[in-house]
Every structure is written in structure tokens, then in C-alpha cells.
Design a protein around this ligand. Structure first.
Ligand code: GLY
Length: 582
């Protein structure tokens, strides 16, 4: 018995494998009408209710692209569990959120299983075997654009590992929605069209990219349908043949050939040797809540726990929301968290990480005492940076008690901004997450050191922080965000907003954010994050602010511990997204 995706559910249709059909036939006659209706509805809803919280009893899926959230719900309705839904959403986002969703990048998945087990799947990209620590020393922009920037992608093996080990549906069932979306296209919202238009010049430089992401050489407009036939073929091949076609078959060959032609160093051995790891999570407690969160090679979980441990010593709620005193204290916690992140962490397959020390309550108490010694800001050399990042996060829960929190990325918007031949997907620029020039700022202004230097086969340090929060054995929140280093502060502030300031999930997500990472030595703030008087008070103590754009997107779930009802929150900064439940 095989299944076919019909737009709003997965059904048994008893027919032969849809994957053995030419992707041109995947369209299914009655699909067209339903998809058109679905997309028109999506376009309308996207503009109208993007950040409305959604309440549900049976299952919930939240992402920055409404269609992907719907795919997650369709899979749950069809009897899949949260892991099935998460894998289907990962593939769907690779189609409908091409800036950030991906099969050409990598990421992390934090899972709580209904049987009580917590697990962490690391599918972070790896440096190619011919990479070396000095490869970008005298190169400008090569760690962000073009083939030298590309790490060996992990998403396909990561999603497949999750599905094989913890899912219940077949790969073909799970991938069919994404294949159909690539084949039939989806309607671009104004937000998405604007985003594509911003990168028109990059797209024009690459014929393989321009052929898909420009329409007769011009940017797509809102209301246009974006069809990705090459990506549909690639996804259909993976659905049919599994990750081997990506890591050992024609997909690997196409990427390696293109890389060689364009000055890259990727080899077939890089792809053949790529592996996914299932490792222990980072766990810590904050004011009675248990956090299970990302482990190295992400710094996210450790930095988050370190900051929360420090903040636990302070009466943030009593001091008042966004009072100068609480802002200053949170900024100092961020200062210590980022200083340790940048110097002390790297890929655990290559370096020893002092995890136990960094997340210990004792260490946090020492740092809290330091923070109490003076109200004045320590001074640093100022470093400026302008580039921002992107990545994407999504959260999903089912009614069996499974919860999945996934953050995955191409690093920058559209990654290295290259597509190899007819593969149809962007390749990442994750090599820039290494300390490409130790001691000098990377594209996020992060100044990192030797532990995160480039080595063949090593994974770059990340800030991704897919997190699940529990209390008394029950899940209370699932969350994460894109945003490079601002991922950590976005997750931190959302948690503080809920736990310390008693906000609703949507209020907590939408509240203007701030971020501090030591260097550059100013507090980055979102418009309206601090009022005028508070900024003046902060300045008196030596804390300067700089208004910045691009503040990630927290896509989160909250569970009512009495009723078990799910509330989903889509970040209003991402109007194409949605929380959808049933
Ligand atoms: N590429 C962003 C991160 O992994 O932190």
C-alpha cells in the first residue's frame, strides 16, 4: 500500500509508487484545483493573520512558511508522529523557503519522545577534507560566496536518520508534499517576493540560479508562482533512492564537478564519508524549568544555559521589564556567554569543550558576583559589521507526547548563492562559521579563536539553539530561531519573557529584541526595544546602543499544563509563516 499526497492529507490510494512516475506526472489532475485554492487561501491568510497564535489539541506545527506548517499538520492528520511531520516540514521548507530551508546545508534536531527519551541529532556540515586553517587568510569574501564557502551538506542524511530511527511513515510518503510543491510551484507572498528581489544581482551572476529564481531575468513578483522542476527531480530521486543518491550518486557527482570547475575543493570522498551523529543534549534548569537544548558543535545550548544560570541570581521580574537594571544584567550575562562561546567551544570530535564547567551553577554564581561588583560597562575595542544571517527554525508536536525542535541553515540568505548544475538547490556558506581568521570578526562580527579553526572533516561552531522546555516531566515549550549569534539572544529573551515576565507566547515572541556579544561593543537593538529614558540611563553606565534590522524568527509552541492544549506562535517578523494546529 502506497500513499499519495493530496494537498491537505496523506491517504492510502493503493496505486503504484508515485515516486516511480516521472515527476511531471506527479501533478495529479485534481491536485491542481486544490493547490490553487490552498495557495490563494494561504496568500490571503498570510497577509491577514500571520502572527495570530493558534490553539490546538491534537497536534501543532509552526514555521516561517505557512505551507510548510500545513504539510506538518497533514502528516500528523494522516497518522504520522511529530518526527514524521518534522522531516516532511524540513523537505517542504527546502522548497517554499529557499533562502533558508534547505537540503544544501545542515542543522540540529532536538527531540523529546513520547517514551520519555530526549535526543539530539547533529547534521551540521563538515569542512571538506582538503580544507585547511589558512585557506581564507588572504581571501576576501571566499568564505561567504562561491564553492570554497561550502561545507559538506548534512540535511538529507540528518532528516533521513530521524525518519528511519524515530518516524513511522515511509520516506516516499514524507517527501511527496515537498516534491509536489517543487513541481507545481507555490504562490509568492509580497514578503517572499521582496526577499528574492533583494538578491537579484547575485542570482544574475549564476545561470543555474537565474534560470530558477529570476523570471526572464527579472525578479518574481508577489502573486507569481515559483516552480522548481530541478529541485522536484532531486527530491524525487532522494525519495526513491534514499540519501545514497545525494552522498554517492549523481547529486554528489554534480556538486563535485561544479565545485572543481569553479575553484572549489569538494571531493566525492567528502560526500561518501559524511556522517550524522546522535549525541547527548545539553540540559540545565532555570527557575524550576528543565531545558533540553543543543549540544556542540552548536554553542547555542551551552551559551543559553550559562546566561540563564547567571540570570537566576537576579530578581528580573521585580526590577521590571526592560528597566535599565535588568537590561544591563541581561547584557552582562550575554557578555560572559559569548566570551566563553567564542574562545572555549568547537567541534567535540576535534576539541575538548569544558561543558560541565560552563553550565555549572557554581560558575554562574561566580560570574553573577562579578556582575554585581560594578554597574559600569567594561570597555572593549569597537568592531563593526554589517552583514546579517539567515537560517530557519520550526517546531512540531503531536498528541502522543512527541516534540521536535529543528533549526537548520544555509548560513547566509541563499547560502553561498550557488546551485550546482541541475540539482536545483542552494549550497551553504557554512565555512564562514569557522574562525576563518582567528581573532578577526566573521560576517556576524563574531571574533572566534583556535578551537573553532578550520580542520579537514571538522564541523564549524554554530549558534543554533533548538530547545524544548519541560516542567515536572511534561513539555511546556518548544522553540528556536534563526539569526546567527542573535539566535541565542532571541531564544533567551523569549524564555525570559514567558518565565520571568509572564507574557503570552505571542507577546514573548513579538516583543522587540536586543543582543550583545562583547564585540562589537554596543547593544544591538530592534526598533522600540528600549525607551528613550532607559537608553539615557544605560549610556550613563557606559552601555551604547545601535539599532539593527533582521531579528530572527522564533517559531514556538507552548503547552498548557492543565489542559494539554497547544498554543503556537509564529514570529510576526516573518509574515509568510504560521502556527497551524488541529
Ligand atoms: N550559521 C549560523 C549558525 O550556525 O549559527
Amino acid at each position: 500500500m502506497l500513499t499519495a499526497y493530496r494537498g491537505d492529507r496523506v491517504q492510502n490510494d493503493g496505486s503504484q509508487s508515485i515516486m516511480s512516475i516521472n515527476p511531471d506526472e506527479l501533478s495529479g489532475f485534481f491536485m491542481v484545483k486544490r493547490i490553487v485554492l490552498l495557495f490563494l487561501l494561504a496568500l490571503f491568510l498570510t497577509q491577514s493573520f500571520a502572527s495570530q497564535p493558534h490553539h490546538a489539541k491534537n497536534g501543532i506545527a509552526v514555521s516561517e512558511q505557512r505551507i510548510a506548517s500545513q504539510v506538518g499538520i497533514d502528516i500528523l492528520r494522516a497518522g504520522g508522529n511529530a518526527i514524521d511531520a518534522a522531516v516532511a516540514m524540513g523537505y517542504a521548507l527546502a522548497v517554499v523557503n529557499p533562502c533558508c530551508g534547505n537540503i544544501g546545508g545542515g542543522g540540529f534536531m532536538t527531540v523529546h519522545l513520547a517514551n520519555g527519551k530526549n535526543l539530539f541529532i547533529n547534521f551540521r556540515e563538515k569542512a571538506p577534507l582538503h580544507a585547511n586553517r589558512n585557506m581564507f587568510r588572504n581571501e576576501k569574501n571566499k568564505s561567504t560566496k562561491g564553492y570554497l564557502a561550502v561545507g559538506v551538506p548534512g540535511t538529507v542524511l540528518g532528516l533521513d536518520t530521524a525518519l528511519q530511527n524515530y518516524g513511522t511513515l515511509s520516506r516516499k510518503q514524507i517527501m511527496l508534499p515537498a516534491i509536489r510543491l517543487a513541481q507545481k510551484g507555490y504562490i509568492l507572498t509580497p514578503y517572499e517576493a521582496r526577499q528574492l528581489a533583494q538578491f537579484r544581482d547575485d542570482f544574475r551572476e549564476q545561470p543555474d540560479v537565474a534560470a530558477i529564481f529570476l523570471k526572464n531575468g527579472q525578479p518574481y513578483k508577489a502573486g507569481d508562482r515559483l516552480v522548481q522542476r530541478n529541485l522536484a527531480n532531486t527530491l524525487a530521486a532522494i525519495a526513491e533512492q534514499g540519501p545514497s543518491v545525494f552522498y554517492k550518486g549523481w547529486i554528489a557527482h554534480t556538486i563535485v564537478d561544479s565545485s572543481k570547475k569553479h575553484g572549489g575543493i569538494l571531493t566525492l570522498k567528502d560526500f561518501a564519508q559524511y556522517n550524522v551523529k546522535e549525541t547527548a543534549l545539553i540540559e540545565c534548569h532555570y527557575r524550576g524549568y528543565l531545558l533540553i537544548t543543543a549540544a556542540p558543535p552548536s554553542s547555542g545550548g551551552i551559551a543559553l544555559c550559562e546566561m540563564l544560570n547567571i540570570l537566576e541570581s537576579f530578581p528580573l521580574a521585580q526590577w521590571g521589564y526592560r528597566s535599565a537594571q535588568s537590561i544591563r544584567t541581561i547584557v552582562e550575562a550575554m557578555r560572559y556567554g559569548f566570551a566563553d562561546r567564542n574562545r572555549k567551544l568547537g567541534d567535540p570530535d576535534f576539541v575538548n569543550n569544558p561543558v560541565d564547567q560552563l553550565i555549572s551553577k557554581n560558575y554562574a554564581r561566580q560570574l553573577s558576583k562579578e556582575i554585581q561588583k560594578s554597574h559600569f560597562a567594561p570597555q572593549h575595542e569597537a568592531i563593526t559589521f554589517h552583514e546579517t544571517t539567515d537560517t530557519t527554525h520550526y517546531s512540531v508536536m503531536d498528541n502522543k507526547g512527541n516534540a521536535v525542535s529543528v533549526t537548520y541553515t544555509l548560513n547566509g540568505f541563499f547560502g553561498a548563492r550557488i546551485i550546482a548544475g541541475n540539482t536545483g538547490f542552494f549550497l551553504n556558506n557554512e565555512m564562514d562559521d569557522f574562525a576563518t581568521k582567528p581573532g578577526e570578526p566573521n560576517k556576524f562580527g563574531l571574533v572566534q579563536y583556535d578551537k573553532n579553526s578550520i580542520e579537514p572533516g571538522k564541523r564549524p561552531l554554530s549558534s543554533m539553539t533548538p530547545t524544548i522546555v519541560m516542567k515536572e516531566g511534561k513539555i511546556v515549550m518548544v522553540l528556536g530561531s534563526p539569526g546567527g549569534p542573535r539566535i541565542i539572544s532571541s531564544v533567551l529573551l523569549t524564555l525570559l519573557n514567558v518565565i520571568d515576565y509572564d507574557m503570552t507566547l505571542q507577546q514573548a515572541i513579538d516583543a522587540p529584541r536586543f543582543h550583545y556579544q562583547g564585540q562589537p561593543d554596543f547593544i544591538e537593538i530592534e526598533p522600540f526595544a528600549f525607551d528613550f529614558l532607559t537608553q539615557k540611563q544605560l549610556q550613563y553606565y557606559g552601555y551604547y546602543t545601535s539599532q539593527q534590522n533582521n531579528w530572527g524568527a522564533v517559531e514556538a509552541i507552548r503547552v498548557d499544563s492543565n489542559t494539554g492544549t497547544f498554543t503556537g506562535g509564529n514570529d510576526s517578523r516573518r509574515p509568510a509563516g504560521a502556527a497551524i494546529g488541529y
